[in-house]
Each structure stands twice: as structure tokens, then as C-alpha cells.
Design a protein around this ligand. Structure first.
Ligand code: GLU
Length: 462
């Protein structure tokens, strides 16, 4: 069974790059009827907060990415880590190092002066003397001193690390006893049964260290996939300046989960040249072997395009539900269908859609000056009054065609061009020159509101 996981450190919010690897992990587990697990890596007490962990959980809820079982918090697992640290010490695979901070920085300076790689020199590796007094030791793992460690990576192929170049006996527990990142990641992945690790390639350099831990503890290695970073259009790592990095900011901006997830799945993965993937399709088609080897380029135009696509193709009831976030209750609006039908291909985001809806539903309180100048001619008031009279006299006004017929009638009776009614009527109904078809607008507003808006405009602009 494929078991994947997402293991964020709760230092702020759910990052868009993190979400992408989470999505890959999720899809791969689902495709294989496996399990996708969530683990909060909150061992760094100075940098982690409960609120940040909660924000990540909320983001997952919004996106509908369900994880299997309980969320695992590393901060609950000190005893487990302590047990393995003890085991490594007992088996002579780890040791206490009593080097003081001063000694360590002295060593570092000498190495730098000699233009050597700065690393721990292993001075306590085989120490059996009397430990210096007053120093709380850190615990270091015995890493191989020579040879190579090969990361067999599903994206990058075999990546070989020379032990002497990259490893020193790295610290697995700090002087206060707290375990370090590379130790706990390996322990947790192993104990959770995670057998496929998909994560950002910023972690690739940690992987040989984690392999040392796996081997020291006799755990079976998972398959690794290190996903290249997301870059901006200049080829640099994505930063806040290029666009929002907080996943929930995309919700604020009015993107839907389906648009965002579709956008993300294509950042670094492809299936032919297909761009649009439903969740079901993603689950069916995703395979980490198709993850691109080079960095992907973040492009918000693409996101807007996808978002517009999903809004255009969403059912009106789904859109009405999304609009409730913007204080719009359309579920009972009897003209909801016409309203959303005419607007859904004009909005890139739900937020934009909400603005468009509000622009129609709110009675204008002022009229755009330029529009008035352009639309109102000497006969405009007379035309509007004639149209009002026709509306008042009509019993059956429901659909756009009903209103259209009345406009035609006025045009015919007064022997005028269509613009003579269309332009002033548009300003009267919407306060400006732009917007969707007027017959639809009137059908949405209904007879009473249409008459009110025309009479308001006649009064204000006579
Ligand atoms: N906690 C790490 C991070 O947020 C991820 C660890 C991992 O995926 O192995 O960067």
C-alpha cells in the first residue's frame, strides 16, 4: 500500500509550494488506494505556534484535501524520540559530544582560515575519557566517514553524496535533550509507515542524513521524490513579491479550491499538453514519475484563466453557495439563474463575480457623469417615460424576451434607433455604460425595481 504524507512546520501559514507537494502526495496515495497522512513538525518551540498549525489544518479543510486518521504532532512524541536516541547510544551508533560553543566556533574559524569545509571534527566520536565538567552534551550520530550515500530519487535519478563531503557526525539531540529535524523526520516516516516521500528539492541535502538515521535504526528506506522548486518569471525562487504565497490569500482573492489545485498540479507535472484537470482526473492521471526535472514557472495569468474556466462552468447553485461568502444570498432569488448565466463568463474570480452581482442588484445612487453626457440626448427623458408606460401597462413580464419586445415596440412607435433607448436606459438601470444585456438585467430586477430605477433617473437627470 502506498503511504504518503505532508509534514509542514507550522511557522506561519500554509505555503503555496508546500501545498503543491501536499497535493502530489495526496493524489498519489488516492490513485493507489493508499493513505495520505498529515504530520505537523512542531518541534522547534521558538518558531512554531499552535495558531500556525491550526491555520494549516483550516487551509486543508478549505481545499477538501482529506488526510487519513488523526493528525500527528511531533511535539507529542518526545518519549518516542528519546527511546530511539537511547537505543542509538546503547548500540554505540551515537555518542555524547561535550564540545562547548566556544570550542566549536574556534574549530570553525581555524577551518575557515585554512579554507577547509567547516565541519565537526569527530573529537568525541571514540572518546572514553572523563567528560569535562559543566557541559551538557549534545548527541551526535556516527555517520559514515567515507564512501558514498546514494539517494535513489524518483525525479532526479540516483544522486550520490560523498560521505566525507557532506556528512559530519550531525547532532541528533541538542543539549536540552530535544531531538533535531533529520532524526525525527526519519523516525516518524518510518513509524507511520510512509513509504513514498514527495517533498521539495530544498530538502534533498537533508536526505543523506536521514538515510544515515534510517540505516542506524534498521528502518526500511522509503522512495523519495524531490520536486523542483516553483520559480518566478525571472527564474528565481518564488517569493511574496511575485504573488501570494499564503494559500488562504487565494481564498481571499476569490479563487476556488478546484482552480487553485488545478493550477498547482500543473506546476511541475504534466500530462501531455492538457491544462484542465478535475479532481477525479488528477487522481486518475497523476504519477510522480511524470514530475518535471526542472523548476516550474509561476504565472498568475494561468491561474486567472483556469479560475474563469471553473466559474463559467460551475452550476448556478454552486456559485450561489460560493457567493454567500460575500454576503450575497441568492439561493432564494427568483432570477438567480438569469443573473448568474449572464455574469459567470465575465468574472475571473468569485470575488469579481460578487462585485458584478452587487452592481446589478444595488439601485444606483449616482450616475456616471461621462455616461450621462454620452447617453442622454434631448429626447431621452421622453423615451424613458414612454418605455415606463409600456412596462406599467404590461401584465406578463418575466423573461428577457418580454422586456426586449417592449423595447422594440418603443423603438418602432417613436421611430428611433435602438441606441436612443438602450443608452439612457442602461445609465438609468446601472448608473454607467457598461454591463450585461439590459433585457436580462430588467428580467432580474423585475417590473417594480425597473420602474423605480427609470423614474429615479428621470427625476435626477431631467
Ligand atoms: N517540515 C519540513 C518543512 O516544512 C518538511 C519535511 C519533509 O517534508 O520531509 O519544510
Amino acid at each position: 500500500m502506498v503511504v504518503t504524507r505532508f509534514a509542514p512546520s507550522p511557522t506561519g501559514y500554509l505555503h503555496i509550494g508546500g501545498l503543491r507537494t501536499a497535493l502530489f502526495s495526496y493524489l498519489w496515495a488516492k490513485k493507489n488506494n493508499g493513505k495520505f497522512l498529515l504530520r505537523i513538525e512542531d518541534t522547534d518551540k521558538a518558531r512554531n505556534s499552535h495558531e500556525a498549525a491550526e491555520a494549516i489544518v483550516q487551509a486543508f479543510k478549505w481545499l477538501g484535501l482529506e488526510h487519513e486518521g488523526e493528525i500527528l504532532y511531533q511535539s507529542d512524541r518526545d518519549e518516542i524520540y528519546a527511546k530511539y536516541i537511547k537505543q542509538l547510544l546503547d548500540e554505540g551508533k551515537a555518542y555524547k559530544c561535550y564540545m562547548s560553543k566556544e570550542e566549536l566556533s574556534e574549530l570553525r574559524e581555524t577551518q575557515m582560515a585554512n579554507k577547509e569545509r567547516t565541519m565537526y571534527d569527530g573529537r568525541y566520536r571514540d572518546f572514553d575519557g572523563t567528560p569535562p565538567e559543566g557541559v551538557e552534551p549534545v548527541i551526535r550520530i556516527k555517520a559514515p566517514l567515507s564512501g558514498e550515500i546514494i539517494v535513489r530519487d524518483g525525479v532526479k535519478g540516483n544522486v550520490s553524496f560523498q560521505a566525507k563531503d557532506i556528512l559530519d557526525d550531525f547532532v541528533i539531540a541538542r543539549a536540552d535533550g530535544s531531538p533535531t529535524y533529520n532524526l525525527v523526520v526519519a523516525i516518524d516516516d518510518a513509524l507511520m509507515g510512509v513509504n513514498e516521500v514527495i517533498r521539495g528539492d530544498d530538502h534533498l541535502s537533508n536526505t543523506p542524513k536521514q538515510i544515515v538515521v534510517y540505516e542506524a535504526l534498521g528502518f526500511e528506506l522509503p522512495k523519495f521524490y524531490h520536486v523542483p522548486m516553483i520559480h518566478n518569471s525571472e527564474g528565481k525562487k518564488l517569493s511574496k513579491r511575485d504573488g501570494a504565497t499564503d494559500v488562504m490569500a487565494y481564498k481571499e482573492m476569490g479563487y476556488t479550491p478546484e482552480a487553485l489545485l488545478n493550477f498547482l498540479v500543473r506546476l511541475g507535472w504534466s500530462y501531455g499538453d492538457q491544462e484542465i484537470f478535475s479532481m477525479e482526473e488528477m487522481q486518475e492521471l497523476f504519477n510522480p514519475k511524470d514530475i518535471n526535472k526542472s523548476a516550474s514557472i509561476y504565472n498568475t495569468d494561468k491561474l486567472d484563466w483556469l479560475s474563469a474556466h471553473y466559474i463559467k462552468n460551475a452550476s448556478n447553485s454552486a456559485l450561489a453557495e460560493l457567493l454567500t461568502e460575500y454576503d450575497l444570498v441568492l439561493t432564494s432569488h427568483d432570477k438567480k439563474e438569469i443573473l448568474l448565466d449572464i455574469l459567470k463568463d465575465r468574472a475571473k474570480t468569485v470575488k469579481e463575480l460578487a462585485v458584478l452581482v452587487k452592481e446589478i442588484l444595488a439601485t444606483p445612487t449616482s450616475y456616471d457623469e461621462k455616461a450621462v453626457k454620452k447617453a442622454f440626448k434631448e429626447d431621452s427623458i421622453a423615451v424613458l417615460n414612454a418605455f415606463s408606460a409600456e412596462i406599467s401597462a404590461s401584465e406578463e413580464l418575466h423573461l428577457p424576451v418580454d422586456y426586449h419586445a417592449l423595447m422594440e415596440k418603443v423603438v418602432h412607435d417613436m421611430e428611433i434607433g435602438f441606441g436612443k433607448i438602450g443608452n439612457p436606459l442602461r445609465v438609468a438601470l446601472l448608473g454607467k455604460m457598461s454591463g450585461p444585456g439590459l433585457d436580462s438585467v430588467m428580467a432580474i430586477l423585475g417590473k417594480k425595481e425597473t420602474l423605480l430605477r427609470i423614474s429615479n433617473a428621470v427625476t435626477a437627470l431631467s
